[in-house]
Design a protein around this ligand. Structure first.
Ligand code: AMP
Length: 226
């Protein structure tokens, strides 16, 4: 069972994905994180894509599809992936379907987080990421709490989280990514979720959907809850 988290920038895909990973023993794959890692490591791919990401455009389908195939083909993640930020174009959607067949896997649901652009802009501007553990926080809505013996959170922000680039990313989302939704709706995979609610309430709804998909996942959830 693989899950797609869908929504515009700042919808909370990363945060909800982190919760799902913990409760259901799944793996989150964020193309944004993979691409930023290439930039941080100053690889040749990183140098190629840095300016594309910084101006809020999409990286080429070839590059993102290749990154996804590297993970999808790895048996360690077999049928246990949460896609965050992929697919983002029709081409990526078709390519993902091909890869799912090639590696004998399944997409069980697409969770679409619906949000208001103005409010989400504030969310994005408050986003903070721990450079040590990768957890995502928000200085307005979800400030970090340091738990004893755990990471002390060295917080950073993203270079594309500024007002002008956010506008561009929303435009790109509406033009290139939103049309994908009808593709998944036709396959009865789509669940629409009000992403404006409080993080815990959204997660309750999402968790309920996932538990209902697969008895085995429900058992894992009960086990992790103890
Ligand atoms: P995100 O972390 O998902 O907000 O992505 C940050 C940036 O990485 C995006 O604005 C794009 O430039 C790039 N990116 C992430 N995922 C994809 C994708 N699936 N296709 C193309 N570009 C992507």
């Amino acid at each position: 069972m693989n899950i797609i988290l869908f929504g515009p920038p700042g919808a909370g895909k990363g945060t909800q994905g982190d919760y799902l990973v913990k409760d259901f023993n799944l793996f989150k794959i964020s193309t944004g994180d993979l691409l930023r890692k290439e930039i941080d490591n100053k690889t040749s791919l990183g140098n190629e894509i840095k300016s594309i990401i910084e101006r809020g455009s999409l990286v080429s389908d070839n590059i993102t599809n290749r990154l996804i195939e590297n993970v999808l083909s790895d048996k360690k993640y077999y049928n246990r992936l949460i896609f965050d930020g992929y697919p983002r174009t029709i081409n990526q959607t078709q390519k993902l379907d091909e890869m799912i067949i090639k590696y004998d896997q399944k997409i069980s649901c697409v969770l679409s987080l619906k949000v208001d652009q103005e409010i989400v802009t504030k969310r994005i501007l408050g986003r903070q990421i721990c450079s040590k553990c990768g957890l995502i926080f928000n200085k307005f809505f979800n400030p970090p709490k340091v738990v004893e013996n755990k990471c002390e959170h060295d917080l950073t922000t993203r270079s594309d989280d500024n007002v002008d680039i956010i506008k561009k990313r929303f435009k790109t989302y509406h033009q290139e990514t939103l049309p994908i939704l009808s593709y998944y709706q036709k396959q009865n995979l789509l669940h629409e979720i009000d992403g404006m609610k409080e993080i815990g309430i959204i997660y309750k709804e999402i968790g309920g959907i996932i538990k209902g998909l697969d008895t085995w996942l429900y058992i894992i959830y009960l086990y992790n809850e103890q």
